[in-house]
Design a protein around this ligand. Structure first.
Ligand code: FE
Length: 255
């Protein structure tokens, strides 16, 4: 065997390559950029090595990436099929279920009351309970209170109503900072909450998962429940965005 050239990539090399892939996979954003900062900060405290310390999301992404690569290479799974599954949970089925819950609450005040009193039972009425969503608490945004959901320990998230958690939700900076400086985090994510609005942060656990009932935007009085469900975004149900009314002409460039 030609050791220098023909040798298949060894484990270390594979992991290194996968780390690069994982880094690219974890799409860069403001919070991801912050993660780099916090990593450098950690290194200032004597961590001279690479990624062996508290870099949970990167490490998990790395391992998932590595596992996926091996399975794809062995022909046991198909990348396109995996992408399809993730896309289904993340962009189609998941958040759409939660959006239906929100829209129902907006048009049916009795349902809204039941939803806030017992989220699990009311969500169960629509059939959206299941793994990672067995015990649900719904918190309502009002002009006085804005709710934000996080999982400071890991990435607990209500799959049956929201699908898979986005990458930033699992990132160390979001998990740490959401409880310390929620207003700043929300602002970085594009949501400025007025100073006179109280921000409540809910820390998800393996037992309880949260869903934010966002405020119904003005100008939607004539919309049907189905139409309303279409405008409810995933991020609004985590509490990092508002629901915007359907675009009236060019979207008001609030990026
Ligand atoms: Fe968790």
């Amino acid at each position: 065997m030609d050791e220098s050239e023909g040798r298949p990539v060894d484990r270390r090399g594979f992991i290194r390559d996968a780390a690069v892939g994982a880094a690219a996979f974890a799409a860069p954003g403001k919070l991801m950029a912050d993660q780099t900062e916090s990593h450098d900060h950690a290194r200032d405290h004597g961590h001279g090595h690479d990624h062996d310390h508290q870099e949970v999301p990167a490490d998990v992404a790395l391992r998932v990436r590595a596992l996926e690569s091996v399975l794809v290479e062995k022909g046991m799974v198909d990348s396109a099929a995996l992408d399809e599954i993730v896309d289904t949970y993340e962009n189609r089925i998941g958040p759409r279920n939660g959006a239906e819950v929100v829209a129902r609450a907006w048009v049916d005040s009795a349902y809204r009351d039941r939803l806030l009193a017992d989220g699990t039972a009311a969500i169960g009425e629509l059939g959206y309970l299941g793994g990672q969503g067995e015990h649900m608490k719904v918190v309502e945004n009002t002009p006085e209170v804005h709710n934000l959901v996080v999982c400071t320990l890991c990435s607990c998230y209500p799959w049956p109503t929201l699908g898979l958690p986005p990458v930033w939700y699992k990132s160390a900076p979001f998990r740490a900072r959401a409880v310390i400086e929620p207003r700043a985090v929300l602002s970085e994510l594009g949501l400025d909450v007025p100073e006179d609005v109280e921000i409540r942060v809910w820390d998800s656990t393996a037992e309880v998962r949260y869903l934010v009932l966002p405020e119904r935007p003005a100008g939607t009085e004539d919309m049907t429940e189905e139409e309303l469900a279409q405008i409810v975004s995933r991020d609004s149900m985590i509490g990092v965005a508002r629901v915007e009314p359907p675009s009236e002409g060019p979207a008001g460039g609030g990026r």
